[in-house]
Design a protein around this ligand. Structure first.
Ligand code: G6P
Length: 368
């Protein structure tokens, strides 16, 4: 009802605007300036970690997309090999699981059948299982060896928004914790990342305070039949999630591609007027992305860029640019996903869709 929506039109837009608080709550008592990272009751020792030779992150849907960011963050910061997989694929492919394996399951609800099956099977085979979940007392939280709760609060809209950003905070925190234990980062380097993480709620607040550009874009783009998302590295992971949001609630066909894959097929689909949403937050990949954008523009694409403030190079190739507050490239997904969520939301609203309850979808898939 209206009171539950706190003055917002839908739960989804309410939850999008709750993200600064959700991010903050998830960091509280874990990420503090000048203090060691605290992972609640998780007591992985240096010796136990030395025994781990591989991490799998396994999840479904949006949580899987958070896992993709987790892989990149853990490999970059803690230098442990990480594989990410979709739970319904992982469980049936006879993965190599030993007592040297760590499995991180990510699940907002903590009840997704495939994810739970992976957790159970992993434990049986001797893996150490860490659950990242939003629901206290959920099946996943009860059965995992260790639990990291995201403090997003109840998420009602079927399309996940605030749970996703808190899952990102969770994987960064775990990556930093592992890096600290292994000594792959110096205390100063860890401190710098923590300091920047603590600024994210304020930056998210700023980003969400003006949605007019995105509304304008949505009012032009809502009639599209297809949209494409492009990115590299962290921006690719965010593009996948942005594309999922759009198809979930607006029913517009959309696909996300890694910039470098463009030539291997998707470019064949670009026609005059095709809408492409490109995310460009990774400096080392910027020139590569810019040349990808040129390739689609030449074929008639209309490109919306999502980039950090001050990244003016992007304007030279994109028709329009949505700027987001600057942060570490590592942490960019927390902010760069928000314009994507808002694009999906306002496009769906323009089309008159029921954004909170999209057709055919369930909040939690507890049956296979
Ligand atoms: C459903 C929901 C998605 C969610 C996925 C995984 O498909 O609609 O929003 O990402 O399940 O759910 P979980 O609760 O395991 O994160």
């Amino acid at each position: 009802n209206a009171a539950e929506k706190g003055g917002y039109e839908d739960f989804m837009i309410k939850e999008i605007h709750e993200q600064p608080k959700a991010i903050k709550d998830t960091m509280t008592s874990r990420i503090m300036a000048g203090q060691d990272i605290c992972l609640d009751k998780i007591t992985l020792t240096k010796e136990q970690l030395e025994n781990i030779d591989k991490i799998y992150i396994v999840a479904c849907g949006t949580a899987y997309h958070a896992g993709l960011v987790g892989k990149m963050a853990i490999e970059k910061l803690a230098r442990i090999p990480v594989e990410v997989d979709i739970a319904s694929e992982f469980r049936y492919r006879d993965p190599i699981i030993t007592d040297k394996t760590m499995i991180i399951v990510v699940s907002q609800s903590g009840e997704t059948a495939d994810t739970l099956a992976v957790l159970r099977d992993g434990k049986k085979k001797g893996a150490r299982v860490l659950a990242i979940t939003n629901v206290v007392g959920s099946s996943v939280s009860r059965e995992a060896d260790d639990v990291f709760y995201t403090w997003a609060g109840p998420e009602i809209a079927v399309a996940s928004t605030k749970a996703y950003v808190t899952q990102l905070v969770a994987v960064y925190t775990v990556a930093l914790y592992l890096a600290d234990l292994r000594g792959t980062l110096s205390k100063d380097e860890i401190e710098e990342i923590k300091k920047e993480m603590l600024t994210l709620p304020e930056k998210a607040e700023k980003l969400l305070s003006d949605v007019s550009e995105i509304q304008k874009f949505a009012s032009k783009a809502y009639g599209e039949k297809d949209m494409f998302f492009l990115g590299r590295g962290f921006d690719y992971a965010v593009s996948l999630e942005g594309s999922l949001k759009l198809k979930e609630i607006s029913y517009i066909h959309s696909e996300a591609y890694a910039g470098g894959e463009l030539k291997h097929g998707p470019i064949a689909l670009i026609e005059d007027g095709t809408v492409v949403i490109a995310t460009l937050t990774q400096e080392a990949l910027l020139d590569k992305m810019i040349s990808n954008i040129r390739e689609v523009v030449t074929r008639g694409a209309k490109v919306l860029g999502i980039a950090f403030e001050g990244s003016t190079k992007v304007e030279q190739v994109c028709d329009e640019v949505i700027y987001i507050p600057r942060t570490l490239e590592l942490l960019a997904p927390v902010l760069s996903i928000m314009p994507h969520q808002l694009i999906a939301y306002y496009v769906a609203k323009q089309k008159g869709c029921d954004v909170d309850k999209p057709r055919n979808l369930a909040k939690s898939v507890t049956v296979e």
